[in-house]
Ligand binder design. Structure first.
Ligand SMILES: Nc1ncnc2c1ncn2[C@@H]1O[C@H](COP(=O)(O)OP(=O)(O)OP(=O)(O)O)[C@@H](O)[C@H]1O
Length: 732
């Protein structure tokens, strides 16, 4: 099945001047000509207004023009829906993913556009109305429409459909993508019911008065509609389609200086902006052609994790950037338009979410589900324990006061939080490391493809270099630079992972000092074990994804090889050392050299900081410095799979008595011994290590060896080897 590729649809919506702006004598600086938006220079306009007839333009005009897919000025809510979201309904009903997000500074109309109010329905409600109409007309299929509504505030996710929500976590589901664990889902039964739920949920949103908007939404609100389609005619359980539409009302993108917010609001703004900054970084990485092949940092915030598919994956996406027409908002408006302009280049690919589970994947899923049930049973044991402890509290445990004069029950809570945060960070790092390797493997494939195109041109004997070959060379240069930068990022993440594992050990070491009660210590042990199981689960899911991806990549390589052979039957198409040298010579031409951008310099500065950090760590341990001045010719130090394996996690769990059950234990024997190379480097010497770092014992929970060793680095090699084999075959 071929994936359809499309650009993000970017629309601009400019609201009318509001009362405050009119009272302020703000001028309307926005003009619209079809899909073109012109932002007039406010100073020039004031000058013209004052002098009626302009005699002299005494400053450089700041007028700016941008073209977008759609530009709305006077259009009604219905018009906006018709031209943006309506086209997404059919695909979502047929099992595709889609996202609409509203972006812009505070008070520009994001909530108005997405939700509307009692008088005028926004696109969320209009979408539901259209979905019901669609279902009524489709006689061949039946549908279930489920809705959920959450907010992300200060990097924590809360359910907006219930009154007092716990914090929710994101889960990377190998089939469904990123999902929100434990979120409340309502079955949508009528437009009115959904409207009421959304208005109610919106009242639960964290809103505050800012200088720019009296009821400013300080959080990102995510309304998700999950649609399951099943044929009424065919009796195939395996062929249900699951479409998901996410409608996201982002928090205001303004800077603290503009809203003149101080204190808490300013600090909060920094956190909101951490998410928005992460979003900007992702949009930059995806939308800037010179950053092709660059690792996209989706995991830097909850918002970008949730938007991953919408920005770079299996999704149709619409961005509505909201602006004010007021002259006082000139800078904010320009920033918003520049941002939206970048987003225009982002491409996504769409495939329907068909539920068809191949057998080897089903095997993995069995192991994962076994682990899940182990986690669930541990959780209920933890709950039982908590109840017992609570009953005891008044008599004994709660009376414990630790050395710092803090009641033990409070200490327990803070340790729990520390453990939780530590494991969450580790999970994110492990996944990001996998993704970075994935990205480099893709870059490798793309470079190979471009190289073979260039060599075909070389062999054709054509003198002048055609434009597509010139672009191909530029592309190789960009991909090589991106791959190099990705390696820097990977090294940094490797270091973060080492630090994270060290922190886990420190937390665990501190428990006996901080908690006297044996019951509480046992309870924490169980909790840690629970987290370790979660990590093993993540590892299995990662392996599952790698396996699927590997199969796809291998298919792609086979296809490419076949195409090369079929096209000309010319064996010399396979290239060798001299061919690569020829391409490298071409790349020496300044035309193909990358300009050093600010971001590159930042990356290099980051690398220097990183080297400093390593030096310090090594000094601490009195070991020789392995990170000398960076020498481009020397192979870069890399953390290999073994170093970054979840060895420590397994070591931790191997301490505990009970082991998780797995379906086929004979396939799950780990190939014991070895120990982690991390321990030889940045971790403290063995004798200083803590109880839970004892030598590793075999556990029976590791995935089958043949699959667990299949890392992407290895895949890279196997792809290269295959290419190599192709070469020698061709020579024969
Ligand atoms: N196109 C429009 N036509 C009429 N009124 C509008 C329009 N857009 C916004 N408004 C009004 O402007 C005010 C601010 O809008 P809204 O709350 O939607 O802004 P916002 O971008 O969501 O702000 P924040 O980021 O602070 O939450 C509201 O009173 C809303 O009704």
């Amino acid at each position: 099945m071929n994936a359809e590729e499309s650009n993000i649809l970017v629309a601009i919506r400019c609201r009318p001047l509001n009362q405050k702006e009119i009272a302020n004598d703000d001028l309307d600086i926005v003009r619209v000509e079809d899909n073109l938006i012109i932002i007039l220079d406010p100073i020039q306009m004031e000058y013209e207004a004052e002098n009626k007839k302009m005699l002299e333009v005494y400053h450089r005009s700041k007028e700016q023009r941008y073209a977008f897919d759609k530009v709305f000025r006077e259009e009604s809510q219905d018009d906006i829906f018709e031209q943006t979201c309506k086209q997404l309904i059919k695909p979502v009903m047929n099992g595709y993913n889609a996202t609409v997000f509203a972006y812009g500074p505070t008070g520009t109309g994001k909530t108005y556009t997405m939700l509307g109010n009692q008088e005028t329905m926004g696109i969320s409600v209009l979408t539901i109305r259209d979905m019901f109409e669609f279902i009524k007309k489709d006689l061949d299929n039946e549908y279930i429409v489920m809705i959920s509504y959450v907010e992300i505030y200060n990097e924590a996710i809360r359910d907006l459909l219930i009154q007092q929500s716990q914090y929710l976590e994101l889960r990377d589901d190998p089939i469904k993508g990123v999902t929100i664990a434990g979120v409340t889902e309502y079955k949508a039964i009528s437009v009115q019911q959904v409207m009421n739920l959304l208005l109610q949920g919106n009242r639960r949103r964290t809103t505050e008065a800012t200088n720019a908007n009296l009821t400013s939404s300080r959080s990102h609100a995510v309304f998700q509609i999950n649609v399951t389609q099943r044929s009424k005619v065919k009796n195939t359980e395996m062929e249900s389609m699951n479409g998901k539409l996410s409608l996201i009302d982002l928090a205001g993108s303004e800077r603290g200086t503009v809203t003149e917010n101080r204190g808490l609001r300013l600090r909060e703004g920094a956190k909101i902006n951490r998410s928005l900054l992460a979003l900007a970084n992702c949009i930059n990485a995806l939308g800037d052609k010179s950053k092709k092949g660059f690792f996209v940092p989706y995991r830097d915030s909850k918002l970008t994790r949730l938007l991953k598919d919408s920005l770079g994956g299996n999704c149709r996406t619409v961005m509505i950037a909201n602006i004010s027409p007021a002259s006082s908002q000139f800078e904010e408006t320009i920033n918003t338009l520049k941002y939206a302009n970048r987003a225009k280049n982002i491409k996504t690919k769409q495939l329907p979410n068909k539920k068809l589970v191949a057998m080897h994947i089903a095997e993995y899923k069995n192991i994962i589900s076994d682990l899940r049930s182990e986690i669930e049973s541990l959780k209920s044991r933890l709950n039982e324990k908590q109840i017992d402890d609570n009953e005891d509290e008044s008599i004994t445990i709660n009376n414990y006061i630790n050395k710092n004069g803090k009641p033990e029950i409070e200490e327990l809570k803070s340790i729990q939080e520390e453990i939780f945060e530590n494991f969450q960070e580790r999970i994110q790092l492990r996944r990001a490391l996998m993704e970075i390797e994935e990205q480099n493997a893709m870059n490798f494939l793309e470079i190979k493809k471009r190289q073979s195109e260039i060599l075909q041109w070389k062999k054709s004997g054509e003198k002048a270099m055609p434009e597509d070959i010139r672009q191909g060379l530029k592309s190789i240069q960009t991909l090589k630079t991106s791959t190099e930068k990705n390696m820097i990022k990977k090294e940094l993440m490797g270091l973060q992972l080492v630090e994270n594992i060290n922190n886990a050990k420190k937390i665990r070491e501190s428990i006996p000092k901080r908690i006297q009660s044996k019951e509480k210590r046992d309870y924490l042990e169980l909790e840690i074990k629970n987290h370790v199981l979660e990590l093993q689960n993540v590892e299995l899911e990662i392996n599952l994804q790698i396996q699927e991806k590997t199969i796809n990549d291998l298919k792609m390589i086979v296809e490419n090889q076949k195409k090369l052979i079929n096209d000309t039957q010319d064996d010399e198409k396979y290239f060798e050392e001299t061919d690569i040298e020829y391409i490298d010579d071409l790349l020496e031409d300044p035309e193909f050299q990358q300009e050093q951008e600010d971001d590159d310099l930042e990356d290099l500065a980051e690398l220097d900081q990183f080297k400093e950090f390593i030096k310090k760590e090594e000094l601490k341990q009195n070991s020789p410095n392995q990170f000398k001045q960076r020498d481009k010719s020397a192979p870069r130090k890399q953390f290999n799979k073994q170093e970054l394996s979840i060895q420590e996690d397994y070591d931790e769990i191997s301490q505990s008595q009970s082991k998780p059950k797995v379906r086929d234990q004979s396939r799950n024997k780990r190939d014991g011994g070895g120990g982690s190379a991390i321990q030889n480097k940045v971790l403290p010497p063995k004798d200083k290590q803590l109880q839970f770092q004892q030598p590793m014992k075999p556990t029976n929970t590791k995935p089958p060896k043949d699959i667990s060793v299949l890392n992407l680095q290895g895949r890279n090699l196997s792809i290269a080897n295959q290419q190599q084999r192709g070469n020698s075959k061709a020579k024969k």
